[in-house]
Design a protein around this ligand. Structure first.
Ligand code: HEM
Length: 407
């Protein structure tokens, strides 16, 4: 048991204060108390503290100190050359940064290399669907997760969404590669750098008057927020694949879950909050993700930018109405309406009537002669989309932000 120090008391007081502020400012959020049991987590046990009151007690003080003592730009610059999991850290890093990263880059004791190998097969087999789903299902869902939409909008990266999306896509790319967590892969580096970036956001956003004015919480990116966003990724992707009736052997879906459990750990999420199984993941998502989805002005603005992205890359097939229709198809009318996505008679109807048969033919559940007429159109669409969202993330540097959104 930790001794009751002055620091702990202050921390507890701050946490209680934050809880009080939350229950006044955000009754909808405060209503959902944390009842998910740590016995369903990869740790198997834990204190069961509401993760809304837990952040990252290793990375946060470190990055706050780097920003305060003006060393964050140096650290960013030095870390640009650190790109492979097995690569030694560059010389010249401040001692506390080196110490933190050497610890943070260690994989958890429960990592299962066999599952990671199976996950590679799954990623290869399902890469096309995964690219589309990370980009459109998870990406668009992030705009109706209020805490995330506000944090993204008012942070430094919010003013340059194209750059931000490229950086986020790097994580989607790195986690899908065959060597993601191997010494010559990059996912550990990407996760640790993201952990540092998040710690920077926790220090900086509370200094943004616009974020403070819009957000009910005192400190962004709590452990609960991170699990919510996590569910917008693997849990949402698996829900979509299931609803498309894509046949996935249990071995493969378990491996895909494991890939993301390890990612959660490497991003600094505590093991007691990481679900141990799909049924635990779904039960946690029902508790923390589904009820909090809501529109915000910031999320609507971000969604509009996201839907406009395709146009620059491919003026034809990826134009805004098609991406909008696909969002409506994936996330449903309520979310599409929140995001003010207009209905598109042609594409809405086409997706409603033909996507199911299209997938069935692709999965050889239906013979080819029964292919819907739009088969090739859809197939081309899938490829273009996957390309758009999973562009190879080279020379993309995830860094500690140095300020907030400038305007
Ligand atoms: C930065 C992924 C959770 C807000 C990033 C970056 C990645 C990432 C890859 C670096 C890219 C960049 O700097 O733009 C993830 C993953 C999460 C997660 C995989 C959960 C599993 C969250 C949550 C929030 C959040 C819950 C807010 C509530 C941000 C912000 C930035 C960032 C504001 C920095 C943007 C900037 O100013 O550059 N995240 N994130 N993230 N993330 Fe997250």
């Amino acid at each position: 048991v930790e001794p009751l120090s002055r620091r702990n008391m202050l921390k507890a007081g701050g946490a209680l204060g934050a809880l009080g502020a939350l229950s006044i400012a955000a009754p909808a959020q405060a209503k959902s108390t944390w009842t998910w049991s740590p016995s369903g987590s990869v740790a198997g046990a834990g204190a069961g503290v509401d993760p809304r009151l837990v952040w990252d007690d290793e990375a946060d003080p470190l990055v706050a100190s780097l920003l305060d003592r003006g060393e964050a730009p140096l650290v960013n610059q030095l870390l640009r050359t650190w790109t492979r999991n097995g690569q030694p850290l560059p010389d010249g890093l401040p001692g506390d940064v080196r110490q933190f990263i050497e610890r943070a880059r260690q994989l958890p004791s429960w990592v299962d290399q066999g599952k990671l190998t199976t996950a590679v097969q799954f990623n290869e087999k399902r890469g096309l669907y995964l690219g589309v789903l990370y980009g459109l299902a998870s990406g668009m869902m992030s705009t109706v997760i209020p805490q995330e939409a506000r944090a993204v909008y008012y942070s430094e990266g919010g003013a340059d969404m194209k750059d931000r999306i490229a950086k986020t896509a790097k994580l989607g790319y790195d986690i899908g590669t065959a060597n993601a967590y191997q010494p010559n892969g990059s996912m550990i580096v990407t996760a640790v750098k993201t952990r540092l970036a998040h710690a920077g956001v926790r220090h900086l956003l509370p200094q943004s008057p616009r974020w403070v004015g819009a957000a009910p919480e005192d400190i962004p990116i709590s452990q609960r927020d991170m699990m919510i966003t996590w569910h917008s990724l693997p849990t949402t992707v698996m829900r979509e694949l299931n609803s498309w009736r894509v046949p996935i052997p249990t071995r493969e879906s378990d491996a895909f879950l494991h890939l993301w459990q390890v990612a959660a750990h490497m991003l600094g999420i505590k093991d007691e909050y990481i679900p141990a199984s799909w049924s635990e993941a779904n039960s946690q998502a029902t508790q923390v993700l589904d009820p909090i989805l809501a529109p915000t002005p910031e999320g609507i603005a971000l969604a509009d930018i996201l839907l406009g992205l395709g146009k620059e890359i491919d003026g034809g097939i990826l134009s805004k109405p098609i991406l909008g229709s696909f969002t409506r198809f994936l996330l449903g009318d309520q979310i599409a309406n929140w995001l003010k996505i207009p209905r598109d008679l042609l594409w809405d109807t086409l997706l409603q009537t033909s996507w199911g048969p299209f997938i069935a033919v692709r999965e050889a559940l239906l013979p080819l002669p029964l292919a819907p007429e739009c088969f090739w159109l859809f197939d081309e669409f899938l490829r273009k989309l996957a390309l758009l969202f999973l562009s190879e993330g080279q020379q993309i540097n995830i860094e500690i932000p140095l300020g907030n959104r400038p305007s």
